[in-house]
Write a protein that binds this ligand. Structure first.
Ligand SMILES: Cc1cc2nc3c(=O)[nH]c(=O)nc-3n(C[C@H](O)[C@H](O)[C@H](O)COP(=O)(O)O)c2cc1C
Length: 313
């Protein structure tokens, strides 16, 4: 399959394995890239020297294109970007920040830049900033998200109405059918997060992967909007947040409860009670842990079958 996204990234399929803190290291990224998708290393949970190691290991594990996802809210961002350039990474996905800050700096060094947004307004800002493509992420997605609660089904056609550059849909896409739906709505490709958490190569703790398999519809909620909105599994920590909300807390009180390293504790170390467990609504449809290559192959097979089904309607 050839389209604007496969051409931009030089991949076989227009599927991006999302950059995800504590989940997408070199093992997952290289496995996704070897399977014909674009694998992304999630730099958001890595110290600079750890990121360098993951990039180097990824380069050894695949000769296919891969990229790095950089949430721009960290203080050591210059160091992270310098490592990306030094290690010759060719694709960067930026998120959680202003796309103007880094886009031309990276592009001047021959790097393809994609920015993640959750609204039409920010999609247009990213386009103005000169990015090569936009990821538009609906509020059903796992991880941090926009405050406006715009769903993927509504966001993609609204962004498409205004965007000229390639568009990648994210949020709630874990199957070939959903991929086809997103592309019918105007996306050129899809970014898939939650489905790859439950992969053999994801660096998530086994206990967290099992939570993803067990989660049902209604078991996640977008919360902590006063800080940075994030979709969490309703575990003990989530219930503590809800209890605190009853007291009309200040952002500082919420910050105190959140504390440090909650995401690492939950997703990487497997503390299912006191850790932060980030996953998307579509986890309700994820029933197994399988190799990343199988995830990509199953999605593409279902995508082709869905196309044939549509022709019969
Ligand atoms: C555990 C987890 C961690 C995530 N971490 C990041 C991150 O570090 N940077 C980022 O831009 N998006 C992050 N996301 C969002 C994903 O990149 C992706 O856009 C999202 O998962 C897509 O929705 P889905 O989960 O419904 O597939 C994360 C998502 C999950 C589930």
């Amino acid at each position: 399959m050839t389209n604007r996204i496969t051409q931009l990234f030089n991949t076989t399929y227009p599927i991006v394995q999302a950059g995800m803190i504590w989940n997408s290291g070199w093992r997952l990224a290289s496995a996704a890239s070897n399977a014909g998708a674009l694998g992304l290393i999630g730099a958001g949970s890595m110290y600079p020297d750890v990121l360098r190691e993951h990039i180097q290991k990824c380069q050894k594990a695949t000769n296919k294109p891969f990229g790095v996802n950089v949430p721009m809210l960290y203080p050591n961002i210059q160091e992270i970007m310098d490592i990306i350039v030094e290690e010759n990474v060719k694709i960067v996905f930026t998120s959680a920040g202003n796309p103007k800050t880094w886009t031309s700096w990276l592009q001047d060094k021959g790097i393809t830049v994609v920015h993640v947004v959750s609204s039409v307004k920010f999609a247009l800002k990213a386009q103005e900033a000169g990015v090569d493509a936009v990821v538009a992420e609906g509020f059903e997605a796992g991880g941090h998200n926009g405050r406006d609660e715009t769903t993927t089904l509504t966001l993609i056609p609204m962004v498409k109405e205004h965007l000229q550059i390639p568009l990648i849909a994210a949020g709630g896409i874990a199957t070939g059918k959903a991929m086809l739906a997103a592309m019918v709505l105007g996306a050129d490709g899809v970014q898939v997060g939650s489905r790859f958490v439950a992969s053999e190569e994801s660096s998530a703790h086994q206990a967290f992967k099992q939570v993803v398999v067990d989660v049902k519809e209604g078991d996640t909620q977008l919360t902590l909007k006063e800080l940075a909105p994030v979709r969490l599994v309703k575990n003990k920590f989530y219930n503590e947040i809800q209890e605190l909300y009853k007291t009309a807390p200040t952002p500082e009180q919420l910050k105190d409860l959140l504390g440090r390293a909650r995401a690492k504790r939950g997703m990487f170390e497997g503390d299912l009670d006191d850790g932060e467990l980030e996953i998307g609504q579509i986890a309700g449809l994820i029933h197994d842990i399988k190799p990343a290559a199988q995830i990509v192959a199953d999605m593409m097979q279902e995508f082709e079958e869905a196309k044939q089904f549509v022709a019969t309607l």
